[in-house]
Design a protein around this ligand. Structure first.
Ligand code: SF4
Length: 176
């Protein structure tokens, strides 16, 4: 989770452009590379996780997780999610699906993340371990800058959306 951004306003809807573009293989590789380097930095700090699950219960714990456009696309690709189509309301005017509010992340089960490989920057960095907080804001900002830069490189509109609002624009695809 991203502590420094807890006071940002909650985005009410995922934007259409975030939900319709496809992730290129090159963009996926670039995101994966950033996550791998980030994970190495985090491992160096040896933060403790007690699997309390508090970090992903946003309302109860009082913080917010935000995700960039490319990270959301990467997550959707890895987790088999498809964007919900916008609902035509009238010509040239679309409304987005409104799903029930979720107090926490649907990928957390028994206090653990079930989407670890695909989870976004904020999920990777945040540990509630009080002895391992000091490096988190600076690390977040550095890697977030890198991810922001990828949006220009891959010609993708940058958006920074609250996690549950971003997820609300997707459905899980059926697998056989
Ligand atoms: S993706 Fe995983 S780490 Fe991120 S909020 Fe969901 S359960 Fe928590």
């Amino acid at each position: 989770m991203n502590k420094p951004n807890t006071n940002r306003p909650l985005a009410s809807k995922p934007a259409i452009s975030q939900r319709t573009a496809c992730l290129s293989a090159a963009a996926a590789d670039a995101i994966r590379d950033i996550y791998q380097r980030l994970d190495a930095v985090i491992a160096g700090h040896q933060p403790r996780c007690d699997a309390s699950g508090r970090c992903c219960h946003f309302d109860a714990y009082g913080h917010r997780l935000y995700v960039t456009t490319l990270e959301m696309m990467y997550f959707a690709d890895a987790m088999g999610l498809a964007p919900l189509p916008p609902t035509p309301r009238s010509e040239g005017n679309f409304s987005l699906p409104q799903l029930p509010h979720q107090p926490g992340c649907p990928w957390q089960m028994d206090g653990l993340c079930t989407a670890r490989d695909a989870r976004p920057l904020g999920c990777r960095i945040y540990f509630c371990d009080p002895a391992n907080q000091h490096w988190q804001p600076e690390t977040y900002e550095a890697f977030h800058r890198e991810i922001t830069g990828l949006h220009d490189r891959f010609d993708t509109p940058y958006q920074y959306t609250e996690w549950r609002a971003a997820l609300a624009g997707y459905v899980k695809m059926e697998t056989t």
